[in-house]
Design a protein around this ligand. Structure first.
Ligand SMILES: [Zn+2]
Length: 459
């Protein structure tokens, strides 16, 4: 008896340990893990000598092909594949009516779901979709049960921007989600505080990119986080905080967290590895919301990750062009930064090489925890019976990050010139090599839309 593939000679990393072992794959599934001699022979043998063999990265926060990101599924999932990311969670947006908005008339999340699912033909890695709420409508409550049935088991809301929702509506949504065990995901910044500060800075002519972070301060993020977590707790809904960027917000979340069976949150790679001085170097290119903050806030992200207050590291990948962000006051131009292609090497270099954290920690926050948190039982693990989503990683190879390597449509990188030790050498999605030595190795369409379960957070 033989199997499709055996990955041998490498060091396996799981959420709990690191050990030398081979991995056997058949029909896209992991069928064995152990000493090579004890496993069936593979039709293909992948030599993983001097490589780490880890579950593929699960990035639960990316923006592809929508009103905030110019990437197509082909470009964004190519970037993901090259970065060792085997599953992403994007958004099925509601449409809302607005003068400057991208839509002419309101539409349902179900319409957004249909449109995004059609992207499967271009996808190289697997993807799920959060429901994206952009207006306060009653129609949402009618479609929630069907969406959950269709594998959309988490719903995102904003507390800021024109498409932000009020605390009253947030409460109604949490209440509805609690009935189904679904997850309420929130971008938390206090809108009126941010608007008033932005207006003051503009009136004072403070238009340089370095001034931008002052317009969206840490306390505005903490205020909105506190309100949102409190409301989720009162209604019994599962709460997941997006892109936590600062000590104040992490502390606010921690106060309501208890054992993590109700309240969870992420930070993003850039909040752990960059600080606001990046604006002096790159101008408006790193303009994101919440803003990149102080070195102390980056330290706080690691403290919170270690304590489990934060349990996931995502990218909030957004593709934009330089030309849309540069050479203008910070209040013009779009938010967002691309990062899905380099998140693993960048976070690895900071967490392992600089801060001495463990490889199982890396696997937990970038793969296992996001998979468990968002109802993906076949992802984020190397357990036999689960999908053979695997990244091979050379921990000694050194690269200098440059946007010239971007597979994304984005033509800049907030990590430009950063030297990192640790390189993705191979990415497998359900047993198929989709990227190898910096090149795409599979055809678009290999990626599949994954209908997610309602997650069990009691574990
Ligand atoms: Zn986002």
């Amino acid at each position: 008896m033989s199997v499709d593939t055996v990955i041998a000679g490498g060091t396996v990393v799981t959420a709990s340990s690191t050990f030398d072992a081979a991995v056997a794959i058949d029909g896209g599934t992991i069928v064995g893990i152990g000493e090579e001699e004890t496993l069936p022979e593979g039709d293909v043998r992948i030599d993983a000598t001097d490589q780490l063999v880890m579950p593929g990265i699960v990035d639960p926060h990316v923006h592809i092909d929508d009103h905030v990101s110019i990437d197509s599924y082909r470009t964004a999932t190519s970037a993901a594949a090259l970065g060792g990311v085997t599953t992403v969670i994007d958004f099925a947006w509601q449409a809302y009516e607005s003068e400057e908005g991208p839509w002419d008339e309101p539409a349902l999340i179900a319409d957004g779901l249909q449109r995004k699912r059609a992207n499967q033909r271009e996808a190289l890695v697997d993807f799920g979709l959060h429901g994206g709420i952009l207006r306060e409508g009653d129609d949402l409550f009618e479609e929630i049960p069907d969406l959950i049935e269709d594998g959309v088991t988490s719903f995102k809301m904003y507390t800021a921007y024109d498409f932000g929702v009020s605390n009253g509506y947030l409460r109604r949504v949490f209440d509805a989600l609690a009935d189904h065990g679904a997850v309420g995901v929130v971008h938390t910044e206090d809108d009126s505080v941010c608007r008033s500060l932005a207006a003051e800075l503009r009136a004072a002519g403070k238009s340089a990119p370095e001034e931008y972070p002052q317009s969206r301060p840490d306390y505005a993020e903490a205020m909105a986080a506190e309100d949102a977590v409190r409301l989720a707790t009162e209604t019994g809904a599962k709460y997941y905080g997006f892109h936590t960027s600062c000590r104040e917000a992490a502390d606010a979340i921690a106060r309501f967290q208890d054992d993590g069976s109700r309240v969870r949150a992420e930070t993003c790679t850039h909040y752990t590895t960059l600080d606001e001085s990046i604006h002096s170097e790159l101008g408006n290119l790193p303009k994101i919301a919440p803003p990149i903050r102080t070195p102390d806030d980056a330290d706080a992200m690691f403290e919170a990750l270690r304590r489990g207050v934060l349990s996931v590291v995502s990218t909030d990948h957004v593709a934009q062009l330089r030309s849309s962000k540069e050479n203008q006051p910070w209040w013009e131009g779009p938010y967002g930064a691309n990062g899905v292609q380099v998140s693993l090497p960048v976070f690895h270099d900071e967490a392992i090489n600089e801060r001495g954290l463990s490889y199982p920690f890396l696997v937990r926050v970038m793969s296992t925890n996001p998979a468990e948190t968002f109802g993906l039982p076949n992802k984020g693990t190397l357990d036999p019976g689960t999908d053979a989503d695997i990244v091979l990683f050379d921990p000694e190879a050194t690269d200098t990050i440059t946007a010239e390597d971007n597979a994304s449509e984005a033509d800049y990188s907030i990590y430009e010139g950063r030297e990192v030790t640790g390189r993705v050498t191979k990415t497998l999605v359900r047993g198929t090599v989709v990227a190898e030595d910096g090149e795409i190795a599979a055809d678009p369409g290999h990626g599949e839309f994954i209908e997610r379960d309602v997650p069990d957070w009691s574990v």
